[in-house]
Design a protein around this ligand. Structure first.
Ligand code: ZN
Ligand code: ZN
Length: 341
């Protein structure tokens, strides 16, 4: 079958791979759509710290996908050939301390489809049957491909313990930033402010329900202070992963407020802890999702939230190598690009 694989930094190539054979408890999913994640683009372009360097790497990436069950291994119950599903990429062990204490997202034994084992930049993908969540019909295949990043955003808001009516500042208007905006709105946020350098993304943020957008040509934190009469945001979500936006998130947050780090920081970040202490602020990290994955599927596939404005375009698997190159050059022009193998 056809796959698209990482060959070397800046190069993806089409590769033929053996047909996956499902073992006991496994299924083969014929991939319908797979989202291109910022972390895959990062891996593709990275010369420095990366999943490769950390030894968590699989050349056939792709972890945000939907499809139909094409083959079942021994002992699989509750799924049939042709069933339409969205795949939870983090197959966890289910038995360790973290898995049994509501923190399966940090299970050290998770398999990680698209990270540790071959992902969905392929015609077919082998997963554990337990990774498959049903979706109600073919008309949801496209939107449900955003279940994974939307689950990340829902968890970012949950980790920030957002209460209804609170002012939320989101630094970054990429897919995670804008999905966090949708999640915060859905959970009853008050004023939502998004900072973003690209005009098209600021425009989309407004369309998705942001109250204010800030061009990062000016210091975003000053503008947030101005918009909140000097108070600052109750909760800030950093959704980029670079020092300037983390600086903004810290400076835009009120005393005793919370800051959630949702961006992937490759490099160390320096912070004046005394400043944090005297303002009694909390910085919280967020990683993946637990119950948020099923919640994201439910919210998308019931039509309660509409993630379709984030789908910029759909490309064929053959076009994935050029699409990666193109998105690396001009990432701000896109939100979510889906691959249709
Ligand atoms: Zn992702
Ligand atoms: Zn575990």
């Amino acid at each position: 079958m056809k796959t698209a694989a990482f060959a070397q930094p800046g190069v993806m190539e089409l590769r033929d791979a053996p047909e996956p054979e499902p073992g006991p408890g496994q299924v083969v999913v014929a991939v319908s759509l797979c989202g291109i994640c910022g972390s895959d683009l990062h891996e593709y372009a990275a010369e420095g710290p990366s999943m490769r360097a950390a030894g968590v790497f699989q050349p056939v990436m792709g972890h945000e996908f939907t499809g139909a069950i094409a083959a079942l291994g021994e002992g699989v119950e509750g799924l049939r050939e042709g069933d339409i599903v969205v795949v939870h990429p983090g197959a966890t062990c289910g038995t360790c301390w973290h898995c049994t204490h509501g923190a399966a997202n940090v299970c050290a034994q998770q398999i990680g489809t698209g990270y540790m084992v071959p992902g969905a930049y392929a015609e077919r993908c082998l997963v554990q049957a337990s990774q498959c969540l049903a979706i109600p019909g073919e008309e949801w295949l496209e939107r449900a491909a955003l279940t994974e990043p939307f689950a990340v955003a829902l968890r970012a808001v949950n980790r920030g313990q957002m209460k209804p009516g609170e002012t939320v500042f989101i630094a970054g208007g990429g897919p995670i930033g804008l999905l966090s905006l949708i999640a915060a709105r859905r959970k009853g946020a008050g004023t939502i402010i998004v900072s973003e350098p690209a005009a098209s993304r600021r425009e989309l943020a407004l369309q998705l329900g942001a109250d204010h957008v800030i061009d990062t040509a000016q210091p975003a934190s000053l503008k947030v202070r101005e918009l909140t009469k000097g108070m600052g945001a109750d909760l800030s979500i950093e959704a980029v992963g670079i020092p300037p936006t983390m600086d903004d998130a810290l400076a835009a947050t009120r005393r005793a407020g919370r800051i959630v780090i949702a961006g992937s920081f490759d490099l160390p970040y320096t912070i004046g802890l005394l400043n944090l202490i005297v303002q009694e602020q909390s910085i919280v990290a967020t990683f993946g999702y637990v119950d948020e994955f099923a919640e994201a599927r439910d919210l998308i596939c019931s039509g309660e939230v509409d993630v379709s404005p984030l789908i910029s375009r759909t490309v064929a698997l053959d076009d994935l190598p050029t699409t990666f190159a193109d998105m690396t050059r001009s990432r701000n022009d896109y939100q979510k690009v889906l691959v249709r193998p």
